[in-house]
Write a new protein. Structure first.
Length: 101
């Protein structure tokens, strides 16, 4: 197996695991973790695409930009999850969907 096919399988695995976590779990923190896993697969795909096109610097700089933006999104989402847990007492998305304000 070549390096490209191995990395492609890893990318598909990461995106698949992240999608599975999004579809199956109802816990807000686990949903954030599933999104993080999917983004890691997308970052790896950007680096692979940059390597295949001969523009490895562009792929790496795009990946670094996504890492920074993804970290900000994760921190805000987890901070919101903590506040939701304090206020509502649960992180289950089904229970949160039935709340009326």
């Amino acid at each position: 197996m070549s390096l490209v096919s191995i990395v492609s399988l890893v990318i598909l695995g990461l995106v698949g695991i992240g999608l599975y976590a999004l579809l199956i779990t109802r816990n807000l923190i686990k949903v954030v973790i599933g999104l993080q896993i999917m983004v890691k697969g997308a970052i790896l795909a950007m680096v692979l695409a940059g390597r295949l096109t001969g523009q490895i610097n562009l792929g790496q700089s795009l990946a670094l930009t996504v890492v920074v933006a993804d970290t900000i999104v994760a921190v805000i989402a987890l901070a919101m999850a903590v506040q939701i847990r304090r206020h509502c007492g649960t992180l289950d998305l089904n229970d949160l969907a039935t709340l009326r304000r």
